[in-house]
Design a protein around this ligand. Structure first.
Ligand SMILES: NC(=O)c1ccc[n+]([C@@H]2O[C@H](COP(=O)([O-])OP(=O)(O)OC[C@H]3O[C@@H](n4cnc5c(N)ncnc54)[C@H](O)[C@@H]3O)[C@@H](O)[C@H]2O)c1
Length: 316
């Protein structure tokens, strides 16, 4: 298939583009490089530097689909400047959908997020839980999910939303390089590398096995594999939604221990109070993705840490 990957210069988008290329697809990338990197090597991909709002300049009827990862994704920024998320995520994605409709592009696989669920307080989050986002970032992604449902019903789009949990790891040189980096594993690795002095553990009094918050981490290579499957299974007139996680939670202390063990480095940790709005446990049920996409993540937390560490050492 001929596919446009938006956000392909970003952390996850680059790995998705790489796997789509490996699967034999023809891949073009549209990225405005606001948080992405123009130095990525993705052999065979065609690059377009530009905004998704102007996707009409790139899309035509030869495209079979769009894999839409481009987004603003900083929760804190979304609370302080929600308008950036309404424009950058919702309005820009609507313009992308308009361009797809005008060009007759039949399918979209969209990067949604666990943040649409808010703080559901259940052991495993299933797709049929009522979404209740607690910040504008999650709300902007949910609005796009709603857009896709309506677009599928009204205009026959084949749509898939993939709700990622906590993405980690690397694929060779393709690694996480966010600035600012808000994700736990790269920040702990930075301490292991000596680039920052200590890890802050936010909250040690949660009702969990060691008092720290538990999240569901998913290897970026496994995550990308779900996109390859979603592109194949997307069905005209249907909007499918899948949670992507391993179904297993890992605590903050367990991640720090894994980093100490794998890197053999000291990782000083300081205990801080809980952050507002941080739930105790967020773990996905992967049942629907397993049944309908045949998707089963293969890599555990140790592999995520090891791959991110190797990439950081070899390619930074
Ligand atoms: N990283 C995670 O753990 C996680 C979890 C859940 C969902 N997601 C979603 O996955 C997607 C990718 O996340 P990431 O971590 O790779 O982020 P990233 O910031 O590394 O990548 C996003 C890419 O999109 C590009 N971009 C942003 N706005 C654009 C626009 N208007 N037009 C064109 N390009 C634009 C950026 O330049 C960047 O290359 C995002 O949609 C994010 O919301 C990520």
């Amino acid at each position: 298939m001929k596919l446009l990957v938006t956000g392909g210069a970003g952390y996850i988008g680059a790995v998705v583009a790489q796997q789509l290329l490996n699967d034999g697809h023809s891949v073009e990338i549209l990225d405005n490089l606001t948080t992405g990197h123009g130095d990525l090597e993705l052999t065979g991909a065609v690059w377009h530097e530009g905004d998704i709002s102007d996707a009409g300049e790139v899309l035509d009827s030869t495209f079979d689909g769009v894999v839409h990862l481009a987004a603003k994704s900083l929760v804190g920024e979304s609370v302080e400047h929600p308008e950036r998320y309404w424009h950058g995520n919702i309005v820009a994605s609507l313009r992308l959908l308009d361009a797809m409709r005008a060009a007759g592009v039949p399918r979209m696989v969209f990067s949604s997020t666990a943040a649409v669920y808010g703080e559901p307080g259940v052991d495993k989050i299933t797709e049929d839980l009522p979404p209740r986002p607690t910040n504008p970032y999650g709300a902007s992604k949910l609005a796009i999910d709603h857009m896709l449902t309506a677009e599928a019903h009204a205009h026959g789009l084949a749509a898939v939303s993939l709700r990622y949990f906590n993405v980690a790891g690397a694929s060779g040189a393709l690694r996480e390089r966010h600035d600012p980096e808000t994700h736990l594993i790269p920040n702990i690795l930075r301490v292991a590398l000596g680039e920052s002095t200590e890890v802050k553990i936010f909250g040690t009094d949660y009702p969990t096995r060691d008092g720290t918050a538990i999240r569901d981490y998913i290897h970026v290579v496994d995550l990308a594999d779900a996109h390859v499957r979603a592109v194949r299974t997307a069905t005209a007139g249907k909007h499918a939604v899948y949670n992507l996680g391993t179904g297993t939670g890992t605590s903050v202390r367990e991640i720090i221990d894994a980093v100490r063990e794998i890197t053999g480095r000291e990782v000083p940790a300081a205990e801080s109070p809980r952050r507002a709005g941080d739930p105790a446990v967020l773990v996905a049920s992967g049942d629907r993705a397993a049944e309908e996409l045949g998707w089963r993540p293969q890599r555990d937390i140790r592999e995520m840490v090891a791959d991110a560490w190797n990439a950081l050492q070899q390619f930074s």
